[in-house]
Design a protein around this ligand. Structure first.
Ligand code: DI6
Ligand code: FE
Length: 412
């Protein structure tokens, strides 16, 4: 994990209404006129201001101006590091071509692979930083970044190094995921097993040795890799001590949710076509469902993810941008909150939990961030809003007044 070292001053955050997102009777974990005491970049105490312990009364005070303070947002599924633009494919799709047609004709992910291989590390960093800054301006303090537009050892490593540099530069915690099994590279056309061998024998050991990633992901789909191939990768990832995640059941039901659960995955993502059996297995394994309404919207998908069944079985739901050049060219987590509610029928409180507490769990970071609770990082977003539901309600507004990362104010 790439943690910025900038620990801010110790002090107390006052004159705020808190949406702590701590589970309990109130879905936002609200505290009116709250106070948060911060020591060494971590939350030491949270509660109503009137109950602030005496020892904190002389500490440095940060005035939140009566706004709402939430946990810093977490975007737990992005492909934000990439080169090139695929607006041309968007036009083709509007003229009737499907995502799968374009992929089979050598476009889609492979178009981004060509551009990303050609880009220098510096070019890749600059383009990605531009997108990342926009994402962060909406209160994001943790972001997951995947590789997967290299599909050769050098370019995959280049992407993961850029992801680390971005974390150091932009005031954000970066969780890195190796997604070498995103698509079959042209050099391996017709030889998927040989490519999986390359990943298991060369790419993954190097990624682990150079500590370039925290987790391993795969695209398990008819146009990508089979469940058996994903399973092989997961076994190797586990041997190397890496967590696993899966792009599952986005375009068809290949039992990806159940496969992820069997592997003890942190999350299974997309899930439009998941069966009830998969969801039950995920609930049992504690595998988080990451919902990606941007991709659903852009592909004009009509199969809704089975949200009601997720609720019924107690599968935690996270919400993310899936920021990628093909199916979700999106750098707004606030827009995803709205779409999670309007398209998928989440409540605004469920959507907010999806970019805080549950997004943290999707990265295995529930003991680090995602709630305003003692012991967790002092990662907050401050909002000029009257009630938390406004975060999911407004379209194209950004009421974020500032971010606090590890106890330090960042006015982007
Ligand atoms: N599913 C997605 O939605 C993205 N990757 C994936 O496995 C799409 C990536 C792209 O089209 O570039
Ligand atoms: Fe994705």
């Amino acid at each position: 994990m790439i943690e910025q070292d900038g620990v801010g001053e110790d002090g107390v955050w006052l004159n705020a209404r808190l949406a702590t997102m701590v589970p309990g009777a109130d879905p936002y974990g609200s505290i009116e006129d709250g106070a948060v005491a911060v020591l060494n970049g971590r939350i030491a105490w949270v509660g109503p201001r009137s109950e602030l312990p005496r020892d904190w009364r002389g500490a440095i005070q940060h005035d939140c101006g009566g706004g709402w303070l939430t946990p810093g947002f977490i975007d737990c599924h992005t492909h934000i590091v990439h080169a090139g633009c695929r607006a041309g494919e968007f036009e083709q799709r509007l003229n009737g071509a499907s995502y799968e047609d374009i992929a089979r004709a050598g476009g889609g992910i492979l178009a981004s692979v060509r551009a990303t291989r050609e880009a220098s590390e510096e070019q890749l960093r600059i383009h990605s930083l531009h997108r990342l800054r926009r994402l962060l301006s909406e209160g994001v303090t943790t972001v997951e970044i995947k590789s997967g537009y290299g599909l050769d050892t050098e370019t995959e490593c280049k992407m993961l190094r850029v992801a680390a540099q971005l974390g150091e530069e932009a005031g954000v915690r970066v969780f890195r995921t190796f997604l070498g099994a995103h698509a079959l590279p042209p050099e391996y056309a017709g030889r998927a097993e040989a490519y999986i061998d390359l990943i298991c024998e060369e790419m993954l050991p190097r990624v682990a040795r150079e500590k370039l990633a925290d987790a391993v992901d795969a695209f398990c789909e008819r146009i990508a890799f089979s469940p058996a191939q994903a399973q092989r990768l997961f076994e190797r990832a586990r041997e190397l001590g890496l967590a696993v995640k899966l792009h599952a059941d986005q375009l068809s039901d290949l039992g990806g949710g159940a496969l992820a659960a069997r592997a003890g995955a942190l999350s299974a993502d997309h899930l439009e076509y998941s069966s009830e059996k998969s969801l039950k297995a995920m609930a049992k394994a504690g595998t988080v469902a990451v919902l990606l309404p941007g991709a659903y919207y852009m592909l004009r998908e009509t199969q809704l993810p089975p949200v009601e069944l997720m609720r019924k079985h107690g599968v935690a739901m996270a919400v993310s941008t899936d920021c990628n050049p093909g199916t979700s060219p999106c750098v707004s987590l606030l827009l995803m909150l709205n779409m999670a509610c309007t398209l998928f029928r989440l409540t605004p409180a469920e959507a907010l939990a999806g970019v805080t507490r549950h997004a943290a769990a999707a990265l295995g970071l529930q003991k680090v961030t995602g709630q305003i609770a003692p012991g967790l990082a002092a990662d907050f977003a401050l909002w000029d809003i009257g009630r938390p539901a406004q975060l999911a309600y407004a379209l194209g507004a950004n009421p974020c007044v500032g971010r606090v990362f590890g106890g330090r104010w960042l006015h982007d």
